[in-house]
Design a protein around this ligand. Structure first.
Ligand code: TYD
Length: 206
């Protein structure tokens, strides 16, 4: 394997992205791939520091623009210092959230504009796009039920999370890049098997 495979997992809160990421990691490792599991915001020391600011529930006055820029700033560091080097080694990178999360949360739900927010992240990552995106689709009400945390993003209104969920559906429907939409209300095993069925042809090319 000379160039790796970059896979992003996207979806609203409580869609089961971490569970599926872990199951994919085990499966891919059993096939002999080097797997790098990472997440956004975060994934590098600098990006984790930015994450702490972004998710700090005691910050009540962060302008939406600051939020969008900080997500993009953490992504720039992550893409440069972790994802690109891993891909250059030939690893499979499993990334829990990436550019589409900014498009859904900041671009659509915050109303900053999907094109502008996407362009910001494309600039920040020098156009590093996933080879494949997995959208875990969960109804917004189910997402609210499965949401446990109390961070600055999770405590946004139910309406906000409904806009996020709809935005992910729109993004997936409009996407011209390789992707799959999986119904995250299916069993954990069914979701994994749908993902693996979609990934197998890509892995065979590696
Ligand atoms: P995290 O605890 O990682 O959430 P999850 O387990 O749902 O992935 O927190 C990340 C939060 O930040 C989550 O609410 C989604 C939000 N987010 C954005 O608003 N924009 C982004 O670009 C990214 C990557 C995440």
């Amino acid at each position: 394997m000379t160039t790796g495979l970059f896979i992003a997992l996207e979806g609203g809160e409580g869609a089961g992205k971490s569970t599926q990421t872990e199951r994919l990691r085990l499966h891919l490792e059993s096939l002999g791939f080097e797997v790098v599991v990472t997440r956004e915001p975060g994934g590098t020391p600098t990006a984790e520091k930015i994450r702490n600011i972004l998710l700090d529930p005691s910050i009540h006055d962060m302008p939406d623009e600051t939020e969008a820029l900080l997500f993009a700033a953490s992504r720039a560091d992550h893409a440069e210092n972790k994802i690109r080097p891993a891909l250059a080694r030939g690893a499979v990178v499993l990334c829990d959230r990436y550019i589409d999360s900014s498009v859904a949360y900041q671009g659509a739900a915050r109303g900053l504009g999907i094109d502008r927010v996407r362009a910001l992240s494309e600039w920040a990552t020098r156009e590093l796009h996933p080879d494949f995106t997995i959208y875990l689709d969960v109804p917004a009400d189910a997402s609210a039920e499965r949401m446990e945390g109390t961070d600055r993003m999770e405590i946004q209104s139910a309406d906000f999370h409904i806009r996020v969920q709809q935005a992910f559906r729109d993004i997936a429907a409009a996407s011209t890049r390789p992707h799959i939409v999986v119904d995250a209300t299916l069993s954990i095993e069914q979701v994994t098997s749908e993902i693996l069925a979609a990934l197998t042809p890509l892995l065979e090319k590696q």
